[in-house]
Each structure stands twice: as structure tokens, then as C-alpha cells.
Design a protein around this ligand. Structure first.
Ligand SMILES: Cc1ncc(COP(=O)(O)O)c(C=O)c1O
Length: 396
């Protein structure tokens, strides 16, 4: 049977990670990985997580299953972080949530939920978007389309082109927007643009599908949630998928959540039972450990304070590095304006270089980016920033 399968090319990112591992140059720099790195190049276990984990393990009494919707305290605490404790959609019981295996599991649940509600639904993805959106949502059976988003020439969002596309959509169309820290381009919607999209979606019956994998890593927990909270307040139906991989550093523990906002409380109960049923059909029960840690952190004042501080450190480091690399490129008289990097947010930005230039960076200077020129800003640090800036200027 399996003889009918065709071999697949290796994943581009994993291929580059392999090349980096094999490179024994002492000056090599990895700007390709998709995880946060600290000044020492490590992806640390947060202190709040370490402490919460010890408490969870010492108090755990069973390894029996958690429920289909996962850890109820996790769902409630994350909803409060996401929407704010007093959000009108929470107060009126319009939100239904299930804990999921990471944001990826959450996107899968969302995809299956959409197709169950509407067989011919189309989801519009930004061009470009996180490459995994495609297989995750396609496997759920959704039809996928692309809307223009990033203008590679001007290093910003092509908002007019977005609006032109959305003006042609209507009931039955879903638009996937990144809540903040757009992956892979780092260019986020302004508040004014979110406001305009809420008006447009409301008038055309478009359903927002919000992927919120980086809350707290752009401007702050509250600030980053502007678009998600606005859409959940203004529109009858919204889907939000969140992840604790980045903001809690819990990547391998697989912690995320899918929330559906329904028109009213009656519909929300129907959505809740369907979310559970969809999850049951994919993986049955979510894993316990990571969600138990997050729940512990968010329900303990001391641990929450440590988390807020650690999250701020990660965010400030990313934003400082963005300014630092721009300054270093300017000092070297780079023949281009790179200031867009400083105004983008999150871990990723496009350098705006060609595939050939990205290959030169890798082969001549041992600086690893994706071949699209996408970098992970967190791979820069005080000891490699001069070398990275020299290398970029050399290949321009
Ligand atoms: C835009 C976006 N959405 C979702 C995810 C899913 O993250 P995870 O499944 O690791 O929680 C990621 C991870 O890189 C992402 O960048």
C-alpha cells in the first residue's frame, strides 16, 4: 500500500537547520530558527515555568485523562489574558474554548470546526503567511486562497490591496489575520487598520480567523490584544487560536487554545459541544502538563509577576535588537534603508535580499537565514551583531 506514496522534498527550514549544525565555522550565526533565543543563544525554560512545574509535579495525584476541553482553569485563565477579564463577549457567555496541543493543534481544531459548520467555506491567508497554515488547514478540508499583505518593495503592509480583495468577499469567507508579530514578515496592522477591517468584515459578513501565537512579544499583553478584542466585540462570529509556545517558552509541551465566539449564549453552547467533538475525533484528549503549568502561573500572583517580567525581558530584547542591527547597518553605510526592521515586531523580518544573496550570506559568511531572506532577530546578540552587519553589507 505505502508503495504508492511519493517521496517528498525535505522541509526548507529543517534543511537549513541541518546545514547550520554541520557547519564548523566558529563565527557561524543562526538567524533561521523559529524559536526565541537569549543573549547566550539558548531557548531558556522561564523561571516562572520552572517554579510552577515543581509545584505541579509535587502535587499531582493522578495521570488519568483531562477532559475533552482540557484543563478548565487553563481555559478560563487564558481567555482572561486573551480577551481581558471584563470583555463583553466573556460576560455574555459568547466564548467557547478548548485547550489544544499547541497553536498548531488549535488551528487544526479550528479548521475542522469551520468545515463542519460550512462545507464550502474558504479561508483567505495573507501573502506571505506562516508556511504551516497551508498543510494544517488543507488537511482539515478547507479551500484556501491568498490575499495581498506584505509589500516587499516598500517593506510594509499593502493595506489598499488587502481592502480591494476583501471588498470582493462575503458571507462564507474567513480571513486569517495574525494577531501580532506577523510570521514571517513582522509587519503588524495598526489600530486604525484593525478598526477599518472590523467595519468592513461587519458590513460584508466576513468571519475573522485570528492566529494569535505571539501575545506579549510585540508591545505588551494588553496592547497586542487590540485586534482580537475588537473583533470579538464588534462581530457576531470570530475564531481565535492562541499558543503558549512563545510567550511561556513551552514549545515542546504543546499548549494552545481554540476559542469560538458565537452570536449568543445558546449558539456558544452548541459551539462548545462541537469543539469537544472535533477534538475527540482528532486526538481525543489534550496533554496535561504544559496547560497545568500555565494555569498555575496565571493563578498565582507571585508566579504571574515573574512571568510578566520575563515576557517583558524577551519583548524588550527583541525590540532592542531590531534597533541595534539597524544602527550597525547604518554605521557601515549600508546602501539601503533598513529602518523598517526597527518598526516591525516579533521575531521575524525579511531582510529584503535575493535568494542568491541569502546563499552568499550562508556560504561565504556562515550567517544562516531562510532563502527568502527571512531572519529571526533573536539569533542576533551583542557578540555577533558586528559580524552579522558586516556580512549583510558585504553581500548587498
Ligand atoms: C503564526 C504562527 N501560528 C501558530 C504557530 C504554532 O505554534 P505551536 O504549534 O508551536 O504552538 C506558530 C509557531 O511558530 C506561528 O508562528
Amino acid at each position: 500500500m505505502f508503495q504508492s506514496l511519493k517521496p517528498l522534498p525535505p522541509d526548507a527550514i529543517i534543511g537549513i537547520m541541518g546545514l547550520f549544525r554541520e557547519d564548523d565555522d566558529p563565527y557561524k550565526v543562526d538567524l533561521s530558527v523559529g524559536v526565541y533565543q537569549d543573549e547566550g543563544g539558548n531557548t531558556p525554560v522561564l523561571e516562572c515555568v520552572r517554579q510552577a512545574e515543581q509545584q505541579v509535579l509535587s502535587e499531582q495525584k493522578t495521570k488519568s485523562y483531562v477532559g475533552i476541553a482540557g484543563n478548565a482553569s487553563f481555559n478560563e485563565s487564558v481567555e482572561k489574558i486573551l480577551f481581558g477579564a471584563d470583555h463583553p463577549a466573556r460576560k455574555t457567555g459568547r466564548i467557547s474554548s478548548v485547550q489544544t496541543p499547541g497553536g498548531s493543534g488549535g488551528l487544526s481544531v479550528a479548521g475542522h470546526m469551520i468545515i463542519r459548520a460550512q462545507r464550502d467555506a474558504q479561508v483567505w491567508l495573507s501573502d506571505p503567511s506562516w508556511p504551516n497554515h497551508l498543510p494544517l488547514l488543507r488537511l482539515a478540508g478547507l479551500r484556501l486562497q491568498q490575499y495581498p499583505y506584505y509589500d516587499y518593495k516598500n517593506h510594509g503592509i499593502d493595506f489598499d490591496a488587502m481592502i480591494d480583495t476583501f471588498n470582493k468577499l462575503g458571507v462564507g469567507d474567513l480571513v486569517l489575520l495574525h494577531g501580532c508579530c506577523h510570521n514571517p514578515c513582522g509587519a503588524d496592522l495598526s489600530r486604525d487598520q484593525w478598526d477599518r477591517l472590523a467595519d468592513l468584515f461587519e458590513s460584508r459578513g466576513i468571519v475573522p480567523f485570528l492566529d494569535f501565537a505571539y501575545q506579549g512579544l510585540a508591545e505588551g499583553l494588553e496592547e497586542d490584544a487590540y485586534g482580537v478584542r475588537l473583533m470579538a466585540e464588534r462581530l457576531d462570529e470570530v475564531i481565535v487560536v492562541t499558543s503558549c509556545s512563545k510567550n511561556f517558552g513551552l514549545y515542546r509541551e504543546r499548549v494552545g487554545m481554540t476559542s469560538v465566539i458565537s452570536k449568543d449564549v445558546k449558539q456558544a453552547k452548541v459551539a462548545q459541544s462541537n469543539l469537544g467533538n472535533v477534538a475527540r475525533g482528532i486526538y481525543s484528549m489534550p496533554p496535561d502538563h504544559g496547560a497545568a503549568i500555565v494555569s498555575r502561573v496565571l493563578n498565582d500572583n507571585e508566579l504571574s509577576a515573574i512571568w510578566i517580567e520575563e515576557l517583558a525581558q524577551m519583548r524588550e530584547r527583541l525590540n532592542d535588537l531590531r534597533h541595534l542591527i539597524v544602527d550597525k547597518l547604518n554605521e557601515r553605510g549600508a546602501p539601503r534603508d533598513f529602518s523598517f526592521i526597527a518598526s516591525e515586531r516579533g521575531m521575524f523580518s525579511f531582510l529584503g535580499i535575493s535568494q542568491e544573496q541569502a546563499i552568499r550570506l550562508r556560504e561565504e559568511f556562515h550567517v544562516y537565514t531562510l532563502e527568502s531572506g527571512r531572519i529571526n532577530v533573536a539569533g542576533i546578540n551583542q557578540s555577533n551583531v558586528d559580524y552579522v552587519a558586516d556580512a549583510i553589507v558585504a553581500i548587498l
